[in-house]
Write a protein that binds this ligand. Structure first.
Ligand SMILES: CC(=O)N[C@H](C=O)[C@@H](O)[C@H](O)[C@H](O)COP(=O)(O)O
Length: 505
C-alpha cells in the first residue's frame, strides 16, 4: 500500500475492552465489517490473533498493534521487534508502535527496519512533538497523536488538536488519534491538519460509550430530582417535622410545642427526635408562625407563641442541625407549597388559611413575598375598629359568638349545628364567610391574583367556601376572585418550606 491510500479518511480502531464481554474475535470481526460498510477506509486492530481474524474479511488497510504490560518499561504498544514482525506476517499493512522517549525494549530505528524489511509501513504513536520529530528522523511513515495525555498526569478529556496542528508542520502524514468522541471533534481534527482520523472507544468500546451516557443521564437526573429536606413547621400547639422531597412527604413526626420552653429548646427537641434521619437530608426548612426577616424570627401576635424578638432562627438551626437552613412564615410557606404543587397551577396566587386565626401568603410572578406580606388576619378595616380581622372571623371568634348566643360550642360544632339547620349557628358561619369573602374581594382589587386558595380548618369546613362564593356572586365577574380549595392540607407548610429551602438558598 501507499501512504496516500488512507489520506483523508476515517480509521476505526476495533479494540474491545480487554477481558470484557466484547473481547472475542467474532465481535472484533463484526465491528471491523460494520465500520468498513459504513465508510471506514482503514482499521486499527490490536493483537496478532485479531489481525489474523480480521484480515480475510476486509480489504481495507489494517494498522496492527500488540499491547503488552511490561515490568521493565512503560512502553505498551508494540514494544518488541518480534511483535512488529508477527503483525506484518499476520496481514497488517501498517505496524504502529510506541514512539515515546521512555525506557524501551527496542529502538524506533530497529522497529522501522524490521517492518520495512517485511514491506510494510510504520506509524509512530507519539505523545509530543519531540516524539514525532525523532520518529520521522528514524524514518516512520506516519506520526499519530495516540499517546498524548497518556505518559503521566491526569488523563485529559479532549483530543489534542494543537499537537495535530504542530505535527502537520513536520509532515503531511499525521494521524489524529485519541479521545475523538464526537463527530465535531473528528471534523476539528481534520481542520487541525490530520490526514486521517482514528476513532476507537466512541465506536467500538460499548462499555465506555455506555458509561458516558450513564453518567450524563445520572447527572441530569440528580440535577432535576429534588433534594431531601428536613422540613419543620413550628406552630402554637404542635410542631411537625418531616423529610420532604419535592412534594413527597417521606416520613413525618409531630410533637407538642412546649410553649414556655422557648425556641432554643424547641429546636433541640426536634433535633433529638429526628436524629435517626441525620444522613437523609441536605438542608433544613423551617416554617413558623410569626414574622421572619433575614432569618430572624419575631412574634407578631405573642399570644400565638412567645418568641424573643429577632430570634436568629436560621443561624441557630444551622448550628443545631449542621446543614444550611431557611426559614419563612408558615402561611407564606404554605402559599408557596400550593403554588408549586397544589391548586396554584403556576399562576399568581394568594393563599388564605382560615383556622384559629387567619394567615396568608402571596406569590406574584413566581416569587413568594416575604416579611409582613400576607398577614391578612391582622388587617383592620375601617368598620372593624381596633380589632384585627381574624378576631371577627376566625375559629376563635366563632366559638366566642356561639357562647354569646348561649351555646358552649367549638368552631367545628358551630359548623355541625349550622348543617343541622340551627339558625344561630348559620348566622355565625355566614357572618364569618361574609367577612372572609369581603377580604377576598379586597385582595382581588389590590393584587388581582389568578386565584385565591383557601385553606385551614374553617376555610375548608363543609359549606364555608360555597358560602364565600355566594357572597361574591353579585360582583361583576371581571372583578370577582376565583376561589379554590387548598389541596395539600396540613402538609402545605412543610412541602412549601422544603421547596423554599432548596430554591431560595
Ligand atoms: C493510549 C492507548 O493505549 N491508546 C490505544 C491505542 O491503540 C487505544 O486504547 C485507543 O483506543 C486508541 O488510540 C483510539 O483512541 P480512542 O479510543 O480514545 O478513540
Amino acid at each position: 500500500m501507499q501512504r496516500d491510500d488512507i489520506k483523508n479518511s476515517l480509521i476505526v480502531s476495533c479494540q474491545p475492552v480487554p477481558n470484557g464481554p466484547m473481547d472475542a474475535a467474532e465481535f472484533v470481526i463484526g465491528f471491523a465489517r460494520a465500520a468498513v460498510d459504513a465508510g471506514a477506509r482503514a482499521l486499527r486492530i490490536e493483537s496478532v490473533a485479531y489481525v489474523q481474524a480480521v484480515r480475510p474479511v476486509v480489504t481495507v488497510p489494517i494498522i496492527g498493534i500488540v499491547k503488552r504490560d511490561l515490568e521493565e518499561s512503560p512502553v505498551r504498544i508494540t514494544p518488541f521487534v518480534a511483535d512488529a514482525e508477527a503483525l506484518a506476517d499476520a496481514g497488517a499493512d501498517i505496524v504502529a508502535f510506541d514512539a515515546t522517549d521512555r525506557v524501551r525494549p527496542a529502538s524506533i530505528e530497529a522497529l522501522v527496519k524490521a517492518v520495512r524489511a517485511k514491506g510494510k509501513l510504520t506509524m509512530a504513536d507519539c505523545s509530543s512533538l519531540d516524539d514525532a520529530r525523532h520518529a520521522l528522523a528514524a524514518g516512520v511513515d506516519f506520526v499519530g497523536t495516540t499517546l498524548s495525555g497518556y505518559v503521566g498526569g491526569a488523563e485529559p478529556v479532549d483530543p489534542d488538536l494543537s499537537l495535530i496542528a504542530e505535527m502537520r508542520l513536520l509532515t503531511p502524514y499525521v494521524i489524529a488519534e485519541g479521545r475523538i468522541r464526537t463527530t465535531e471533534q473528528a471534523a476539528a481534527a481534520v481542520k487541525a491538519g490530520a490526514s486521517a482520523v482514528v476513532v476507537g472507544s466512541a465506536i467500538t468500546r460499548t462499555e465506555h460509550v455506555t458509561s458516558w451516557f450513564h453518567e450524563a443521564v445520572a447527572k441530569a437526573y440528580d440535577a432535576s430530582s429534588p433534594e431531601t429536606v428536613l422540613a419543620i413547621d413550628i406552630g402554637g400547639t404542635k410542631t411537625m417535622a418531616a423529610l420532604v422531597r419535592g412534594s413527597d412527604v417521606l416520613d413525618e413526626i409531630t410533637v407538642a410545642t412546649a410553649r414556655e420552653a422557648g425556641p432554643d429548646a424547641w429546636l433541640a427537641a426536634i433535633a433529638e427526635k429526628v436524629r435517626i434521619w441525620k444522613d437523609r437530608y441536605s438542608r433544613v426548612g423551617i416554617a413558623v408562625t410569626g414574622f421572619v426577616q433575614d432569618g430572624r424570627w419575631s412574634a407578631l401576635n405573642p399570644e400565638t407563641l412567645g418568641i424573643p424578638d429577632q430570634y436568629p432562627l436560621v443561624e441557630r438551626a444551622l448550628a443545631v442541625f449542621g446543614k444550611p437552613a431557611f426559614a419563612a412564615n408558615d402561611a407564606q410557606a404554605a402559599a408557596w407549597g400550593e403554588y408549586k404543587f397544589g391548586s396554584g397551577e403556576g399562576g399568581d396566587l394568594v393563599f388564605l388559611t382560615i383556622s384559629t386565626g387567619i394567615g396568608g401568603g402571596i406569590v406574584i410572578n413566581g416569587r413568594p413575598l416575604a416579611g409582613l406580606a400576607g398577614h391578612f388576619g391582622l388587617i383592620r378595616g375601617p368598620s372593624q375598629g381596633r380589632s384585627p380581622l381574624e378576631d371577627q372571623t376566625s375559629g376563635r371568634w366563632m366559638a366566642s359568638e356561639a357562647l354569646k348566643a348561649g351555646h358552649n360550642a367549638s368552631a367545628a360544632e358551630v359548623f355541625d349545628r349550622a348543617e343541622k339547620g340551627e339558625s344561630w349557628a348559620n348566622a355565625i358561619v355566614s357572618q364569618s364567610a361574609f367577612r372572609a369573602a369581603t377580604l377576598c374581594r379586597d385582595i382581588q382589587m389590590m393584587l388581582d391574583p389568578e386565584r385565591i386558595v383557601i385553606g385551614g380548618g374553617i376555610g375548608l369546613a363543609k359549606g364555608y367556601l360555597d358560602q364565600m362564593r355566594e357572597q361574591l356572586a353579585g360582583i361583576d365577574s371581571r372583578l370577582r376572585p376565583v376561589l379554590a380549595p387548598a389541596e395539600l392540607g396540613s402538609h402545605a407548610g412543610i412541602i412549601g418550606i422544603a421547596s423554599l429551602a432548596v430554591e431560595r438558598d
